[in-house]
Design a protein around this ligand. Structure first.
Ligand code: ZN
Ligand code: ZN
Length: 344
C-alpha cells in the first residue's frame, strides 16, 4: 500500500471548482457558504432549545429533562461532526489528466469502450473535461466540475458531492439530524404542555382555553412553537432522506442511477450485494484512500489501472487491423475492341 497523508495537495482541486483549505487539511465544494448557513441554522435551533426549554424542564421535570438533554446533546454533536466530515472530505474525485490518453489520440471519436474484466463487462466513458476514462459508476458533477467515484448527488446543504468516500458520513448525518429533530420536537411539545399545565394549576378556576392563552403569551412558548415548526420540516426532509437512502443502499444503487435510470455498471462483485449485506458493506468497510492527498502513491483502485491496460490493448489491436495492407485487386487491362471500319 502506498504512503498516505491526511493533507490534500494544495493544487489537487485546482482544475475543478472544489477548494482546498487550511494548507490541505480539508476540501469543500464551491458552495461552502450554503454549508455555513446550514451549520448556523442548526446551532441556532439547538441553542434556542437549550436556553428556552431546559431551565423550566430541569427545574420542574428533571427525571424527563436529563435524559432528553443528554440525547439531544449527543445526537446534535454527531449530526454536526458527521456534517463537518461529509462537507470537508474528498468525495472520491478522479484526478484530472493534463494530456489526452493515447487511446483517444488514436481514435478521437470513440468516447465509450467496453472491456471484460474478471468475466464482467465494464463500460467506460471518456470525460472530455477531466481527460480521463471515467471509472465505472462515476459521474461528472456540473457544480464542482469534477468526476467523482460512485457519484450519488451534489448536496447544496453540505456544499459537497456525495460519493464513494463520504457516503458513510452523509448517511450518519441524515440519520442523526432526524433523531435531533425528533428529540427537539418532543422537548418543545412537553415544555408547551407542562407550561399550560402549570398555568392550569396556578389558576384552577380559569378555563382550559384561558390557560392556553396564558401559555401562548409566555415568550418561551412562542419560541418553542417556532422550534416545533422548523424541526417538523427538518424531520420530514431528513426522515424522508433516511428512508430513501436505506432503499438505495439495500438495492446497491446511487441517487444518480435511480433518477437518471442509468444502468448500474457493475465493476465489483460487491456491487451485486443486496439488503443488509449491501448496507453493511457501504457503511462498515474501510474507506478507500484519497487520490488527491500529498505524497499519495497509488493506485488506490488497482482495477482501474487494469481497465486502462485493457483499453490500450484493445486500441493496439484496432490499430494493427488498420495497418494491415489492403490486398490489391489486380485490374485487368482494358480490352481493346477493334471495331470494324465501315467502308463506304
Ligand atoms: Zn459537486
Ligand atoms: Zn469529468
Amino acid at each position: 500500500m502506498g504512503a498516505r497523508t491526511t493533507r490534500y495537495a494544495p493544487d489537487s482541486a485546482e482544475a475543478g471548482r472544489s477548494r482546498v483549505w487550511c494548507s490541505g487539511l480539508c476540501m469543500t465544494g464551491p458552495d461552502y457558504r450554503g454549508t455555513l448557513l446550514t451549520f448556523l441554522l442548526a446551532l441556532a435551533i439547538f441553542s434556542a432549545e437549550v436556553a428556552v426549554s431546559f431551565p423550566f424542564l430541569l427545574t420542574n421535570h428533571s427525571i424527563v429533562a436529563v435524559p432528553l438533554l443528554v440525547l439531544l446533546a449527543v445526537s446534535f454533536a454527531v449530526t454536526v461532526w458527521s456534517a463537518y466530515l461529509c462537507s470537508t472530505t474528498d468525495p472520491g474525485i478522479v484526478p484530472r489528466s493534463a494530456t489526452l490518453p493515447p487511446s483517444i489520440i488514436a481514435f478521437p471519436n470513440v468516447r465509450e469502450r467496453s472491456v471484460i474484466y474478471r468475466g464482467r463487462q465494464i463500460i467506460l466513458r471518456f470525460c472530455d473535461t477531466c481527460r480521463v476514462w471515467r471509472p465505472p459508476r462515476s459521474s461528472h458533477c456540473a457544480t464542482c466540475n469534477n468526476c467523482v467515484r460512485r457519484f450519488d448527488h451534489h448536496c447544496p446543504w453540505l456544499g459537497n458531492d456525495i460519493g464513494l468516500r463520504n457516503y458513510r458520513s452523509y448517511f450518519t448525518f441524515v440519520v442523526f439530524a432526524t433523531l435531533s429533530a425528533a428529540v427537539a420536537i418532543t422537548t418543545s411539545v412537553l415544555t408547551v404542555h407542562w407550561t399550560t399545565a402549570h398555568f392550569r394549576a396556578e389558576y384552577p378556576t380559569e378555563s382550559y382555553a384561558a390557560s392556553i392563552r396564558r401559555s401562548l403569551g409566555f415568550k418561551a412558548t412562542s419560541v418553542n412553537l417556532v422550534i416545533i415548526l422548523l424541526c417538523f420540516l427538518a424531520l420530514l426532509f431528513t426522515g424522508g432522506l433516511t428512508g430513501f437512502h436505506l432503499y438505495l443502499m439495500s438495492n446497491n444503487i446511487t441517487t444518480a442511477e435511480r433518477f437518471k435510470k442509468r444502468a448500474r455498471n457493475s465493476a465489483h462483485p460487491h456491487d451485486d450485494y443486496r439488503g443488509l449485506r449491501a448496507i453493511f458493506f457501504l457503511q462498515c468497510t474501510r474507506r478507500p484512500a484519497s487520490a488527491l492527498t500529498e505524497g499519495f502513491i497509488g493506485p488506490a483502485y488497482p482495477e482501474e489501472d487494469e481497465y486502462l491496460r485493457l483499453i490500450d490493448a484493445q486500441v493496439e489491436e484496432e490499430k494493427a487491423l488498420l495497418d494491415v495492407p489492403v490486398p490489391s485487386i489486380p485490374i485487368a487491362p482494358p480490352r481493346v475492341v477493334s471495331l470494324p471500319v465501315s467502308r463506304i
